[in-house]
Design a protein. Structure first.
Length: 227
């Protein structure tokens, strides 16, 4: 789909790459989701629905990245904006039904965290603020074509929502084995366990983007030379 939107054509390699990416993403989704959801010491995440939550949180990022990739094709902006708003609302509906109101260990832990913990309220306020901004920007883009800067900010906000969720789950759960169930002090060092890891992750994304782009150019140049 991305190749068809950006380069206006399809290639034989596209289907195999899409299949490989789909299988890899499903494996990563199940592995990371179950890795975090099997810890009873972390009851907020102790639910079989966690991989589905990760899936919906990623789906609300995809339309914004496609809009950024097709920024010179404003005709697609309205459809992508409607896709973004729809997937985002499904994501929040899932959080509401299975998270806040769910009669599970995870749902009870979330409600208890909101009742007695200031950290839970700060997290909820931050997510709600990002949700309001994201939906507002999606609605504006659905009405008329927007600038590249607008789409870029929208993409970063949607990625920020997905990133915060994964940081709280995957990085926060790493403190359980280091301490115990009662004492779990949160620390944010500047080394490999903190800021440097975040910077390195973004650097890895940039490197993968460059590799992907150059690989596509290599494939295209090979097909053109053969043709």
């Amino acid at each position: 789909m991305v190749v068809r939107l950006v380069w206006k054509r399809e290639y034989k390699l596209t289907r195999w790459v899409a299949l490989a990416c789909a299988l890899t993403s499903i494996g990563l989704l199940l592995y990371t989701g179950r890795e975090a959801s099997i810890l009873k010491a972390r009851p907020v995440l102790y639910t079989y629905w966690l991989p589905i939550l990760l899936f919906f949180s990623a789906m609300q990022v995809l339309p914004t990245l496609l809009a950024l990739g097709t920024r010179r094709e404003p005709v697609y902006q309205r459809e992508l904006a409607m896709w973004f708003i729809g997937s985002f609302n499904v994501y929040l509906l899932y959080v509401q039904v299975f998270g806040l109101r769910g009669d599970t260990i995870s749902g009870q832990a979330i409600r208890q965290q909101l009742a007695i913990g200031s950290l839970g309220w700060w997290s909820a306020i931050g997510v709600i603020a990002l949700w309001i901004v994201s939906v507002a920007m999606g609605g504006l883009m659905a009405k008329q074509a927007r600038s590249v800067a607008f789409i870029t900010v929208m993409a970063f906000i949607s990625m920020g929502l997905a990133w915060v969720l994964r940081w709280l789950m995957l990085m926060g759960s790493q403190y359980i084995p280091k301490y115990n169930i009662i004492t779990n002090p949160y620390q944010f060092p500047l080394g490999n366990d903190g800021l440097l890891a975040i910077v390195g992750t973004f650097g890895l994304w940039i490197a993968l983007t460059i590799i992907f782009r150059e690989s596509i150019r290599w494939v295209l140049s090979g097909e053109y030379s053969m043709g």
